[in-house]
Design a protein around this ligand. Structure first.
Ligand code: SF4
Length: 162
């Protein structure tokens, strides 16, 4: 089960092309200036099963998938199960937004399991003083677009080539 704030279909701001974005409830990062503080409380969401979310994802054959929030890495088991189903059933590309940094996630057993299924990770907290409207798909300049599969293979961060 995943506590979900909302699911938005055909968004174009959470990665390239049209995407179905699943917004997780729950975030421990408390970034000053966060655009979505109402998502911090995990109790603010609605519990959904993998199958319930997959029905929405399957319905749009041409949209890829983004996990956002809140912070999906705060519910790593539920999102790992969902990501596995997305890959197994549809092969869709998955982007994931998180306030954690890649270097920390890969050393946490539960979060590293979710990383196995992610194509691009947008990592790091939102930093108000580094806010920049010109950085693609991010809120502040410190956040990175990471090619997760290449990074796991290389053992170090490989940036996503846009
Ligand atoms: S990680 Fe995202 S949702 Fe969480 S506090 Fe920071 S900006 Fe807000």
């Amino acid at each position: 089960m995943i506590s979900v704030i909302k699911i938005v279909e055909d968004t174009t701001v959470d990665g390239p092309g049209f995407r179905t974005t699943v917004y997780a409830a729950g975030c421990p990062n408390a970034c000053p200036g966060c655009h979505n503080p109402q998502s911090w409380d995990i109790e603010a969401g609605t519990l959904m099963t993998t199958e319930e979310i997959m029905q929405v994802i399957r319905a749009d054959e041409f949209a890829d998938v983004t996990f956002s929030g809140g912070d999906p890495m705060f519910q790593p088991e539920g999102f790992a199960e969902l990501a596995e189903a997305v890959k197994r059933e549809t092969g869709k590309n998955i982007w994931c937004y998180t306030g954690y940094k890649f270097e920390r996630l890969r050393h946490d057993r539960r979060q590293a399991e979710l990383l196995q299924y992610i194509d691009v990770l947008v990592d790091g907290p939102y930093v108000e003083s580094l806010r920049d409207r010109d950085v693609l798909f991010r809120g502040s300049r410190n956040q990175r677009l990471i090619d997760v599969q290449a990074s796991l293979r290389e053992g170090e961060v490989v940036l996503y080539a846009q």
